[in-house]
Ligand binder design. Structure first.
Ligand SMILES: *Cc1c(COP(=O)(O)O)cnc(C)c1O
Length: 442
């Protein structure tokens, strides 16, 4: 869908929406910054008002497990940045994935996912979802025909990351969306690594997009959170796969979400059933921190990308580095896809392979002084990790390799520090690690 035929496209520019969407001055006090509504319940005007809220006949606040004014402001802002119809914020990126599938998956159902995923998502889809009798088939999306071949009658959705963590891999969203459309299934895109600044998945045919707001959206490592954005353009009634939204809901007197709420069906369901019953609600304080983070998103992402490009080039030319997998390098097999799907940069999380394998990978990370050795991405600080011994260690060797987390792989999330300080730290860590590895072998 192009900008012009998206009914949710705002006339305001990205930077304006990043600062203003969802947050007019607070009407009672005039407070310009959005208040933290650290509050659980909301007084009913009278019994009729209470009844209409409970029956979903009136939009409003009832109990903060379902919705809260500070969280709602963040939902409106993220929806606006991606030109979606609505958004549902929740406790974490993993909760967002759970909420997205929960709306339509039944026991015995299946979906197809890319193998290039955040390590925790592979475990969530492959292990925990199995307990609900939801079946994830992992395939290599580099060859989109693999996705078509994996389709089965039970398949309801296709899942991938736009810019994949950790390998700097870019998915051919338009090709995958075409396959989803033909099969009548939903395309869900995890847009965490790209952020809405670099990529808007609905322009390429995604039905839902997912974020771990924990990362670049909050931006400074303070607040866990997740979000599901609904394009509002997916036809849930096109076949009988999406009964959760098209069949009568007994808990709401037989109301049918799609018939009643139209393009807000998913978002209403995700609050009124998903958050109500799964309870993975975002805290108002975290919504506030994330709103603050988003105010500077474009500035941060631009600088993240500039620094990452230079760090990738530095490592690519380094004697102790075997390879660099960054979509911003012309040598990357994903460079052409990245230019098509990402606007304004190539992201700031990527991997590189050290000469010397597992031991050397661990030592490089241990010897960093400025770069923080930890499991997170999208912080203002430069973060570094050896996935094979940490985030991806629960995977089999085969799964780890398929996810781009082999023994020699080091992942870096390039921060906003002075560029020369980042490269100097990586340089000394590589050199010290090489000496230590050499000594240990003697
Ligand atoms: C971090 C991350 C997640 C999980 O998010 P949490 O907020 O940690 O639950 C999912 N997908 C991607 C791409 C991530 O980076």
């Amino acid at each position: 869908m192009t900008k012009t035929d998206n009914p949710n496209w705002s006339p305001f520019g990205f930077e304006t929406r990043m600062i203003h969407a969802g947050t007019p001055p607070e009407p009672v006090t005039g407070a310009r910054q959005t208040p933290i509504f650290q509050n659980i319940s909301y007084v009913f005007y009278d019994a009729d008002h209470a009844a209409s809220l409970y029956n979903l006949q009136t939009f409003g606040f009832l109990y903060s497990r379902l919705s809260n004014p500070t969280v709602a402001a963040l939902e409106e802002r993220i929806a606006s940045l991606e030109a979606g119809r609505g958004a549902t914020c929740c406790a974490s990126g993993h909760a967002a994935q759970m909420l997205a599938f929960f709306a339509f998956m039944e026991p015995g159902d299946a979906f197809i996912s890319s193998t290039r995923l955040y390590g925790g998502s592979i475990t969530q889809f492959g292990k925990t979802f199995k307990k609900f009798d939801w079946h994830c088939h992992f395939v290599d999306f580099d060859e989109p025909e693999n996705v078509r071949k994996a389709l089965t009658p039970k398949c309801k959705a296709i899942f991938c990351e736009s810019l994949a963590n950790p390998g700097g891999v870019v998915t051919d969203l338009e090709a995958i969306a075409g396959i989803a459309e033909e099969a009548g299934v939903l395309l869900i895109v995890d847009n965490t690594m790209a952020t809405p600044y670099l990529c808007r998945p609905f322009e390429w045919g995604a039905g839902l997009s997912i974020h771990s707001t924990t990362k670049f959206l909050s931006g400074n490592g303070t607040s866990l959170g997740g979000c599901v954005v609904d394009s509002g353009t997916f036809d849930w009634a096109k076949n009988d796969k999406f009964g959760g939204l098209t069949k009568p809901e007994p808990a709401y007197h037989g109301l049918t979400f799609y018939e009643t709420f139209g393009d807000l069906a998913f978002t209403t369901h995700a609050h009124a059933v998903g958050l109500r019953d799964l309870g993975a609600t975002m805290a108002p304080m975290n919504a506030f921190q994330t709103l603050l983070g988003i105010e500077t998103l474009s500035l941060r992402i631009e600088r993240h990308c500039q620094n990452a490009q230079k760090v990738a080039e530095f490592l690519d030319a380094h004697d102790l580095v075997d390879w660099v997998s960054y979509a911003g390098l012309k040598s990357s097999p994903y460079h052409a896809l990245a230019k098509k799907y990402l606007s304004g940069g190539f992201g700031s999380v990527f991997t590189f392979g050290v000469k010397g394998g597992y031991q050397m990978g661990m030592k490089v990370v241990e010897n960093c002084e400025l770069c923080s050795h930890l499991a997170n991405v999208g912080d203002t600080r430069t973060l570094i990790l050896h996935p094979a011994s940490t985030t991806h260690r629960q995977l089999t060797d085969e799964q780890a390799l398929a996810a781009g987390a082999g023994p020699d792989v080091v992942r870096v999330s390039v921060g906003l520090e002075t560029l020369d300080d980042i490269t100097a730290d990586l340089d000394q860590a590589l050199k010290t690690a090489a000496e230590q590895t050499k000594k240990a072998a003697e």
